[in-house]
Design a protein around this ligand. Structure first.
Ligand code: AHM
Ligand code: MG
Length: 336
């Protein structure tokens, strides 16, 4: 008797199609966006993997052996996503952390009813020292009625996101996303060149082991923030001490805490009173993923996903992670 020893391999394409089948009214446009993003992620992963070779292959401003002009990786990542996404007929506009204004869909291409917001290479200042970096994305439905989207289409609260996700270029490349029905993670098989389902239905532990915060800003924090951090470190005797882990790459810090439990914080400080991280490209998508996994996210005053954005590049403080740990922040900071 021949025994079937093959395991069931679920590629990201298959998973996306199977999820689409659960929504009989779906047009396939959202699935197409996710598939195109997965391709862009693979292209960026290739570039990130070779980052250390940049000097070997040609210095900035010169052509490398492939005849390409060397560019900063975050610019390359930005262009890769724009070019992968602008022609599919599914988007009415895009916006990127790397670009000042809304990115229109060129007139030669059809448009669609979705908006894509993204941070092409978050944590890119870490590239030179081989620390994980990431891509973060958020998908919204168009609100305006014209063929091309407007600024108002991008300025929607995070609670209206129809999909969000991130890619982490770490010891392996992973894509993690949610369309509002749980959070699912895929690991890039470098030999197959395919993202394979490796982490179905991710749930963040309700209380966490890790605290991720840059405490070199401590002297610039308000006293309630300092007291909160003392609580997390177990210094006021009211909570077991958390372990401090800070990569300085939000995707990497968030990803570790999502799987292991914990809290990522980037509080407002006297030097950056509005916080540092971007609401639309970083905080909303990761807050959406976190809530979908059973966690929470606040800005110190309210739920991140309830904030009505007023500017494309708006910044916000954030406390993001395990539900019980975010609840402590809500209580000690007086958030509602
Ligand atoms: P970037 O978008 O310019 O890369 O900045 C965002 C990054 C996050 O990945 C990270 O959490 C944060 O900046 C680190 O900032 P700091 O060095 O102030 O702790
Ligand atoms: Mg960023």
């Amino acid at each position: 008797m021949v025994r079937n020893t093959a395991t069931s391999v679920v590629t990201i394409d298959r998973f996306i199609i199977e999820q689409e089948r659960e929504h009989p009214g779906a047009t396939g446009a959202l699935s197409g966006i996710l598939t195109d993003l997965a391709l862009a992620a693979k292209m960026i992963a290739n570039k990130v993997r070779a980052a250390g070779l940049a000097d070997v292959l040609g210095s900035a401003g010169q052509e490398n052996v492939q005849g390409e002009v060397q560019q900063k990786l975050d610019i390359i990542a930005n262009e890769t996503i724009v070019k992968a996404m602008d022609h599919g007929g599914r988007l009415c506009c895009m916006a990127s952390e790397e670009m000042e204004e809304i990115i229109p869909i060129p007139d030669k291409f059809p448009t669609g009813k979705y908006v894509l917001l993204f941070d092409p290479l978050d944590g890119s200042s870490n590239i030179d020292v081989n620390v994980p970096v990431g891509t973060i994305f958020s998908v919204l439905s168009q609100r305006s009625t014209g063929t091309h989207g407007t600024l108002a289409d991008a300025l929607q609260p995070g609670s209206t996101q129809v999909a969000a996700g991130y890619v982490i270029y770490g010891s392996s490349t992973m894509l993690v996303y949610s369309t509002g029905t749980g959070v699912h993670g895929f690991t890039l098989d470098p030999l197959l060149g395919e993202f394979l389902l490796s982490h179905p239905n991710i749930r963040i532990p309700t209380t966490g082991r890790y605290l991720s915060v840059n405490d070199s800003y401590e002297e610039h924090w308000a006293e309630p923030v300092r007291a909160l951090m003392r609580r997390y470190r177990g210094l006021d005797g009211k909570r077991a001490a958390m372990n401090v882990r800070y990569v300085g790459s939000m995707v990497a810090d968030f990803h570790r805490n999502l799987l292991g439990g914990g809290l990522f914080a980037y509080p407002a400080n006297a030097k950056s009173p509005g916080g540092k991280l971007r609401l639309l490209y970083e905080c909303n998508p990761l807050a959406f993923i976190c809530e979908q996994a059973g966690g929470a996210a606040i800005d110190g005053v309210q739920r991140v996903l309830d904030v009505q954005p007023t500017e494309l590049h708006q910044r916000t403080p954030i406390y993001l992670g395990s539900k019980d740990d975010v609840a402590i922040a809500s209580e000690m900071l007086g958030a509602h």
